[in-house]
Design a protein around this ligand. Structure first.
Ligand SMILES: NC(=O)c1ccc[n+]([C@@H]2O[C@H](COP(=O)([O-])OP(=O)(O)OC[C@H]3O[C@@H](n4cnc5c(N)ncnc54)[C@H](O)[C@@H]3O)[C@@H](O)[C@H]2O)c1
Length: 383
């Protein structure tokens, strides 16, 4: 039976989602039509038609509600800018469609809560695209954490640096407007790094953060002399505590000159440490205090564990081939497909997305009010 997806949004990431869906049957030796993008929606008929031709799907529309009205669509994949997530996802849930939402879940807490409530009420299944979890090295890190490899956890550190906004002449876009994005670097990049730490360590309890906007206005369009104010952060520095009291640091910046796409998480514990670097996703660095420590002949030191492209159950390519960004998306989608097909809630779930949203909202409030903010303070209205 074919699992049929209605893809909503075909910009930078919509195209990657379409490519990743198509690749899944090859990785897992599934029939070619096991998973299919059945239709695509954008905001304009012309772009939707081009998208449909690229994807090879039979229909397109400039009105996503047409996809929701179709009986033959099982799930909606939301790849639109953040300001339309609530409208699209609540309507999809009410239409009885399962939901796959690329991060972040929403603009803020209130709309995120309404999405989760609509999904629960409609009894549909909802998953998030937190694709970075699905690099094999990250999966190995999770396994080691579950096995107690690091022992008592001392602290953690995460950072996501990109240099994507260092040019002051880069024009404004939806990502630079609070009204359209809901937030800046913290929301856009922070969602990924916070999710990795949450995946390894569990719930966050509180944060103390400082956010800053380094370039306060940008051209309205390429070459334009009109300047538009930027009202979201370019950089966010967080102290954070997890529910079990562990303290850590999280740094997020899109003004990291020289850092094209550097996403690193580290966990330090009494027995060992773990370091994942998304630019080197086939390897995990570990340090094991149990290794012999003798002068001249000791074996202590940082080791690189080779994880390569070890995906459980994958038939191709063989594991010695390094994974990449599209493969991480394919795996996130495959786990969503398997969970929904079996009638289980996908992991990461919409609730996981809401927790990350709450950490971000707490960090924003912390920066405004210059104090530590508990995550349950911003979530208190929600059961
Ligand atoms: N997980 C990742 O690796 C990753 C990477 C990039 C973006 N994202 C997320 O994906 C989402 C989209 O980002 P992007 O960079 O692809 O944006 P984009 O601006 O490149 O593309 C947005 C697309 O959505 C369409 N769209 C907008 N409003 C719509 C509506 N109401 N109905 C139908 N289509 C609509 C546009 O026509 C366009 O095709 C964001 O939430 C972003 O945070 C995730």
């Amino acid at each position: 039976m074919t699992f049929r997806i209605g893809l909503i949004g075909y910009g930078g990431i919509g195209r990657v989602h379409a490519l990743a869906y198509r690749s899944i049957p090859f990785y897992y030796a599934l029939p070619n039509d096991a998973i299919q993008v059945a239709a695509v929606a954008t905001t304009r008929a012309e772009t939707a038609e081009v998208a449909a031709r690229e994807i090879g799907c039979e229909s397109w529309t400039a009105d996503y509600r047409e996809l929701l009205a179709r009986e033959d669509i099982d799930a909606i994949d939301c790849c639109t800018p953040n300001d339309s997530h609530e409208e699209v996802l609540v309507a999809a849930a009410r239409a009885g469609k399962h939901i796959y939402c690329d991060k972040p879940l929403s603009m803020g807490i209130a709309d995120g809560q309404r999405i989760v409530a609509a999904a629960r009420e409609a009894k549909i299944l909802g998953g998030m695209t937190f694709n970075v979890r699905f690099y094999p090295a990250m999966q190995r890190a999770k396994q080691l954490m579950q096995e107690g490899f690091v022992g008592r956890i001392f602290s953690f550190r995460g950072r996501y640096y990109r240099s994507s906004y260092i040019d002051p002449l880069k024009p404004t876009s939806w990502r630079l407007s609070k009204e359209r994005s809901g937030g800046g670097a913290l929301l856009d990049l922070g969602a990924h790094v916070l999710d990795l730490l949450y995946y390894l360590l569990g719930d966050f309890a509180s944060v103390q953060a400082t956010l800053d906007t380094l370039i306060k206005e940008r051209p309205a369009a390429a070459g334009s002399s009109e300047r538009i104010p930027v009202d979201v952060d370019d950089i966010a520095l967080l102290h954070a505590r997890t529910a079990d009291g562990t303290l850590g640091l999280v740094e997020i910046s899109r003004m990291g000159t020289g850092k094209t796409n550097e996403l690193i998480v580290e966990i330090f514990g009494e027995k060992g440490s773990i370091r994942f670097d998304a630019t080197d996703p086939g390897w995990l660095e570990v340090y094991d205090v149990r290794d012999p420590d003798k002068p001249m002949g000791g074996m202590r030191g940082v080791r690189r564990i080779e994880t390569g492209g070890r995906y459980e159950g994958a038939r191709a390519p063989d594991w010695t081939m390094a994974p990449d960004f599209v493969r991480s998306h394919a795996e996130c989608q495959y786990q969503f497909y398997k969970a929904v097909s079996a009638g289980h809630s996908p992991v990461p779930s919409l609730e996981d997305g809401l927790h990350i949203q709450a950490v971000i909202a707490a960090a924003e409030r912390s920066s405004q009010e210059e104090r530590w903010v508990r995550v349950d303070e911003v979530m208190s209205a929600f059961p």
